[in-house]
Design a protein around this ligand. Structure first.
Ligand code: GLA
Length: 512
């Protein structure tokens, strides 16, 4: 018995898998073509006069040469990398056309820049260090994440934020989970009150320069309390100063995590719940930089004042709708069904956030080892499908350097990503079929409708949909988005086998 336990622990913590496990990681999506395939969203928001940076995501064999028609004068394009940079143009809408060419072919796609008040007109996509490295992030690991995302195709699929989570500052000595590393226990602020990164981040600006040069945006983290969730320096009382510092370091995103706020102050009313977030929101408004404001109240519960009702009004671009995803896994259906309740509150620039995509190889905070998610592959398909259909931020938080072919395939299906990035920004509408099966029906900007068919039963199920029952009154061409194949013409009903605790994602476009 003991031997068996030791053997299982060995596989668990070293990450060595049996071939039976490997086999079950079935890949549905064909690899990207050698010809260029542009993956930019159709619409992109920025604020006039601020720094602009966008790397056009494009799959296909490199070298690829990019051309952009209609580029405003304040912007320039690096034709080899596809990075557009410069200053955001005067307020207005700019209709661009992107062309990508390599020795195998050409692809073109439209790209509308709206220079106005809003950023993140489609859900943002990226990587966050939390479930990979927990309290041990370093400058080198952040840079490495960007390098890996460029080399393994994640960036070409659209993932362009690289984010540090908690633990880049110095920690308090007395801590709920004491920090042993003296290099993370130094002075938390200097004599003028400026926040100090710990020794693992020797030069924040050099690090963000590195990310920006490669076309990535950089994210940072803090808390409105004295301490962050892991017991590191937070921003309580230094909100304006810290916001200016993040901007000077050229960060593009701040995740603001409630943690121990309000320390000793009362926390019972809506005003009290809103206060710390409004405070940073006001500080960020004074800064001439497009900084995505990610609200995270840790619990995201009703006690926190129903953040989905006011997060957008105080400048938030997204807000967590529930507690940490690791507490809920593997039941991602539960997380999604909670998030869907708040569907009406999200719109382009203001998103519900059901937390990270915690897939692939994960860090183990206690042992420092790694393990592969134990979630069934069917459910992993459902996980990504749900986030796509809900238009949730797509943030992969796992060991990016260890990403395997299955996980990469899950994250880079351009048809699934396009559903997430649809300019209407709708969260799929819930249609309950019975206790254990439901549909998410999402209308797209071009008149097509995508239906996620979800099966929470532990056996595969045959599921039939009469299209008129979900408001589709004509006949349709039917496409399987995971397999990227057309599976029927002229249909008015549809039937398929949906795997146990899994899904099918089907797109219905009007037959011409
Ligand atoms: C909270 C957040 C997590 C992560 C940790 C860091 O638990 O919800 O996403 O940021 O804090 O300590």
């Amino acid at each position: 018995m003991l031997r068996l336990f030791l053997l299982i622990s060995f596989f668990y913590f070293t990450g060595i898998e049996t071939s039976a496990q490997q086999d079950s990681f079935y890949i549905l999506t064909p690899p990207p073509p050698v010809q260029p395939r542009l993956n930019n969203p159709l619409v992109y928001g920025c604020r006039s006069g601020n720094d602009f940076l966008y790397r056009i995501p494009c799959q296909g064999e490199r070298p690829i040469v990019f051309t952009v028609k209609g580029l405003p004068k304040s912007l320039r394009l690096d034709k080899n990398s596809g990075v557009i940079s410069g200053k955001s143009p005067a307020k207005g809408t700019y209709q661009l056309n992107v062309i990508a060419k390599n020795k195998h072919g050409v692809n073109t796609k439209s790209f509308k820049i709206i220079s106005g008040e809003k950023i993140a007109l489609t859900p943002i996509m990226g990587w966050n260090h939390w479930y990979a490295y927990f309290d041990k992030p370093t400058d080198a690991l952040i840079r490495q994440a960007a390098d890996v995302m460029l080399s393994n195709g994640l960036a070409d699929a659209g993932y362009n934020y690289v984010c540090i989570d908690d633990c880049w500052t110095n920690a308090y000595e007395k801590n709920r989970m004491p920090i042993q590393d003296s290099l993370r226990l130094k002075r938390r602020r200097d004599s003028s009150g400026s926040i100090l990164p710990n020794d693992y981040f020797p030069d924040m600006k050099a690090m963000t320069d590195y990310l920006h040069q490669k076309g990535f945006k950089a994210g940072i983290y803090s808390s409105p309390s004295k301490r962050t969730c892991a017991g590191f320096e937070g921003s309580f009382g230094y909100e304006e100063k810290d916001a200016k510092q993040w901007a000077q370091w050229a960060f593009d995103l701040i995740k603001y995590d409630r943690c121990s706020y309000p320390d000793d102050a009362p926390y019972n009313t809506l005003e009290q719940a809103k206060y710390p977030y409004e405070k940073l929101g006001q500080a960020l408004k004074k800064i001439n930089r497009d900084i995505y404001y990610s609200l995270c109240q840790y619990y995201g519960s009703e006690k926190d004042g129903d953040v989905w009702k006011w997060g957008g009004s105080i400048g938030g671009n997204s807000w967590r709708t529930g507690t940490d995803i690791n507490a809920f896994l593997p039941d991602v259906f539960k997380v999604a069904l909670r998030n869907i309740q708040f569907a009406a509150y999200q719109k382009p620039g203001e998103w519900n956030d059901p937390d990270f995509l915690m897939l692939g190889w994960l860090g183990n905070r206690r042992t420092g080892g790694i393990y592969r998610t134990t979630m069934h592959p069917n459910t992993q398909y459902a996980y990504v499908s749900l986030w796509s259909l809900m238009a949730s931020p797509l943030f992969f938080s796992s060991r990016i350097d260890k990403i395997d072919a299955f996980t990469l395939n899950l994250l880079t299906n351009h048809e699934i990503i396009a559903i997430n990035q649809d300019p209407l920004g709708l969260c799929g509408r819930l249609v309950t079929l019975n206790e254990k099966q439901f549909l998410l029906v999402k209308e797209l900007h071009d008149g097509a409708t995508v239906v996620g068919i979800f099966n929470r039963n532990s056996t595969d199920m045959e599921i039939k949909i009469n299209l008129k029952d979900i408001g589709l009154k004509e006949t349709y061409d039917v496409r399987d988005c995971w397999r990227q194949v057309l599976i029927g013409h002229d249909l008015s009903s549809f039937q398929t086998t949906v795997p146990a605790i899994g899904c099918a994602v089907i797109k219905f476009s009007k037959t011409n």
